[in-house]
Design a protein around this ligand. Structure first.
Ligand code: SAH
Ligand code: SF4
Length: 423
């Protein structure tokens, strides 16, 4: 999400004639795009801002801007404690950046705009992308789900979908610029609705764009995953057999207190459908440990769901209290050492499951999109399977952006080793 927003901001500024520099000391303006989802991300931004302050001390005319969710969330604190930050813009205000920059050059006063919009989807503005394989394309913004741990509905505002026409135009442009994979992005992609077009309809339309080799999306909400979506994924050649299916917690008591609006039973039923309907699918997930009031028994239920589903990979988090959210008011916040212990146990189990899933691929021949030279050696390529796993294999004749058959020969940790089939 943040990469996509940064590319959009870069696109807006380049359109006005501004250029990026690789050397921060040469910059006339420095922007940091921020995320508020967990406090850890915020801590990193505070430290980066400290560095920018040091640059500004040597070069007082440099403009410093803080953009995105943290700007939305912490504007008062920033204005009070970090007077060297000149511009504070929330996630719905990027369009104003060129005008603000022009005024700022004249007026020298702080500019803050964090008003959230019910309509802004940045239609008609195109991100500036570095060359590469995958283009992130935002299809909707905001979120209306209000999970009780999550700050997103407060920092990114109400859910709104972008028109299929403008999404298709952006994907076509990306393909014309040499991108072969697109990932459709949104906080809840499958809540997408524009007139009578739903997410599955959109996915079908985008997958029909000539030259698009692979189509991915993230993140769906488990409540909005349905059989129609899974069948379209299974039938389509270029929609990848990979799904992010965020569990968050395994016990119904915790799920209810999180306001996730699904039960353990519903989640397991759909995890099974995903495996049954989409052959060779890879499932990733998000899990939070130590949500307020989570007992050892609740936590065991999370491990139990993991044991049944055996996710291919998981992003795992310790609960962190976020402003504005309901969970902050809940009783029984969990001690840090208990959270850490649960996280360690969860990660250990996930490693076992990732290895189990990866080992099951040994000897299979899978299609791999060649993406880059491997870090291991110049003689090896690194590419991803349809199911979103990295594979390293000897280069031979293949080129970057080719999709080639690779036989999986070994699985260690998260990366697979392979050999181009037929060699
Ligand atoms: N819209 C996506 C998630 C966006 S935030 C979804 O519903 O899946 C990405 C992930 O950060 C969440 O899935 C959650 O696991 C984690 N997260 C969000 N708020 C958090 C918090 N307060 N503490 C710890 N993890 C959190
Ligand atoms: Fe946050 Fe829940 Fe919305 Fe995801 S669905 S962005 S976790 S409120």
């Amino acid at each position: 999400m943040n990469v996509a927003d940064s590319e959009l901001i870069d696109g807006i500024l380049q359109h006005e004639g501004y250029k990026q520099t690789q050397n921060i000391d040469e910059a006339n303006a420095i922007f940091i795009n921020t995320c508020s989802v967990r406090d850890h991300a915020e801590a990193k931004v505070h430290s980066r801002l400290g560095n920018f302050n040091r640059i500004k001390k040597n070069k007082p005319e440099v403009i410093i801007g803080m953009l995105g969710c943290m700007a939305q969330n912490l504007k008062e604190e920033i204005l009070e404690n970090k007077p060297y930050v000149d511009i504070v813009l929330g996630p719905d205000s990027y369009r104003k950046l060129p005008a603000i920059l022009k005024n700022r050059l004249k007026e020298q006063k702080h500019i803050v705009d964090t008003k959230l919009s019910r309509f802004e989807v940045y239609d008609g503005l195109f991100p500036s992308r570095k060359e590469g394989i995958n283009a992130w394309v935002s299809i909707m913004r905001g979120c209306d789900k209000f999970c009780t741990f999550c700050i997103v509905p407060f920092t990114r505002g109400r859910e709104r979908s972008r028109s299929p026409k403008s999404i298709i135009q952006e994907v076509e442009q990306a393909v014309n610029n040499g991108f072969v994979e697109v990932t459709l992005l949104g906080q809840n992609v499958n809540s997408y609705k524009y007139d009578n077009i739903d997410f599955t309809d959109l996915l079908k339309k985008v997958s029909a764009i000539p030259g698009l080799l692979r189509l991915r999306y993230t993140s769906p909400h488990p409540n909005d995953v349905n059989e129609k979506l899974l069948e379209v994924m299974a039938e389509s050649e270029n929609i990848c057999n990979s799904i992010h299916f965020p569990l968050q917690a395994g016990s119904d008591r915790t799920l209810k207190r999180m306001n996730r609006r699904y039960t353990k039973k519903h989640f397991l039923k759909y995890a099974k459908k995903i495996h049954d309907i989409i052959p060779g699918v890879g499932i990733s997930t998000d899990i939070i440990v130590g949500f307020p009031g989570e007992t050892e028994k609740d936590f065991q239920e999370t491990l139990e769901v993991m044991d049944i589903v055996k996710f291919d990979s998981a992003y795992t988090f310790k609960y962190s209290s976020r402003p504005y959210t309901k969970a902050i008011e809940y009783d029984n916040h969990i001690d840090e050492d208990v959270k850490k212990d649960r996280l360690d146990r969860l990660i250990k189990l996930q490693k076992k499951h990732s290895l189990f899933r990866n080992r099951a691929m040994i000897n299979q021949v899978v299609d791999v999109l060649v993406e880059k030279v491997s870090k291991k050696s110049d003689e090896y390529w690194s590419g991803r399977t349809d199911s979103n796993k990295w594979v390293v294999f000897q280069k031979s004749t293949a080129n970057i952006k080719d999709i080639i058959p690779v036989r999986i020969t070994a699985a260690h940790g998260v990366t697979l080793k392979g050999q181009i089939e037929g060699k």
